[in-house]
Write a protein that binds this ligand. Structure first.
Ligand code: ZN
Ligand code: ZN
Length: 329
């Protein structure tokens, strides 16, 4: 059984699938992402694999219509990018710059390929890191979900950035970027990208990466910008793993414009949601966050941004990063 079910109260689609019940939980002694496996073979640095337990499939059956509720085919694709042949790499900051560039290029290729597919409305690119967040396979990897609908959070961002564009004649993201480049929450910048904690951070160490040039899709990035994005991704994870002196569990999401249509008011960006508070404890999303989707921020964002900047100065050298961490009063 695999289908989409619509929640008429919130306007969200739920991906329902029974295939994932078979999914292995940290299988001992066997890693499907290591080189030499049935699917992986040898001789690669990064690898795109179909998810063996996909929520979505282009072969998904047409669900039986029912009277009141809406269902839809769970059309789409779920794949995995194995980011390195090395099983024990802990995070992207341990990848080489060349390896990270290859990962970003696979994201770009997947975007280009799926843009022509009439069943795909949105490509979600994301990464989970850490046991605390429920990572079932520790071999470094990220995931691609080619969705047949535009997710609610993306629809909200589209609506707000469209309104801002119509009212002020400027891209809302470009405006945010300008504010943050000048402000106290900037953590790192290189030629093409800025890494900052947004004014409106929800997570204690939340950081975003924006391209300085106004682009909607990864496919619009040139070779130098791909290099700079890879550099910023390595620094972002390096900073998160450094700031508390321990590995940071997090989720990361790459937000592009929807694959079909034109969105001149939208701007490519990456968001990291790190799970730990400044005392090293986990921030659980409980009553207020789960029930209302509204967040409390315990602390002062600018103080945590300063801690991130100090961590940044310690990691840029180790990573051979091309940009710098600003000094702010
Ligand atoms: Zn492995
Ligand atoms: Zn923009």
């Amino acid at each position: 059984m695999r289908e989409l079910r619509y929640n008429p109260l919130t306007g969200q689609w739920i991906m329902v699938s029974a295939v994932r019940r078979e999914r292995p939980w940290r299988p001992s002694g066997f890693c499907p992402f290591c080189p030499g496996g049935e699917e992986t073979g040898y001789g690669w640095e990064v690898l795109l694999l179909p998810n063996r337990f996909p929520m979505l499939s282009f072969e998904a059956p047409k669900p039986e219509p029912i009277e009141f509720y809406r269902k839809a085919r769970a059309l789409g694709q779920c794949s995995v990018i194995v980011e390195s042949p090395e099983h024990d790499l802990k995070d992207l900051d341990e990848l080489s710059q060349g390896g990270m560039v290859k990962v970003v290029k696979l994201w770009r290729e997947a975007t280009a390929e799926l843009r022509g597919n009439p069943h795909v409305a949105y490509l979600a690119i994301f990464r989970n890191k850490g046991e605390e967040i429920g990572v079932s396979l520790t071999h470094p990897h990220d995931q691609l979900y080619a969705l047949p609908f535009i997710p609610l959070r993306v629809r909200l961002k589209l609506e707000n950035s469209r309104n801002h564009y119509e009212r002020h004649g400027e891209c809302l993201f470009c405006r945010i970027l300008n504010e943050e480049l000048e402000g106290r929450r900037l953590v790192y910048e290189n030629r093409g990208f800025a890494l900052f904690m947004p004014f409106f951070a929800s997570w204690p160490f939340e950081v975003h990466i924006y391209p300085k040039r106004h682009v909607m899709w990864l496919t619009q990035l040139d070779e130098r910008e791909i290099e700079d994005l890879a550099d910023a991704m390595r620094v972002a994870t390096g900073v998160l793993n450094e700031v508390l002196g321990r590995e940071m569990p997090y989720s990361m999401m790459v937000f592009q414009a929807p694959l079909r249509g034109n969105y001149p008011f939208y701007h490519l960006h990456v968001e990291f949601y790190p799970l730990l508070r400044d005392n090293g404890r986990i921030k659980y999303t409980a009553g207020i966050e789960m029930g209302t989707w509204e967040f409390t921020y315990d602390g002062v964002p600018e103080e945590n941004a300063e801690r991130l900047r100090r961590a940044c100065r310690r990691v840029t050298k180790r990573l051979g990063a091309v940009g710098g961490c600003p000094r702010r009063p």
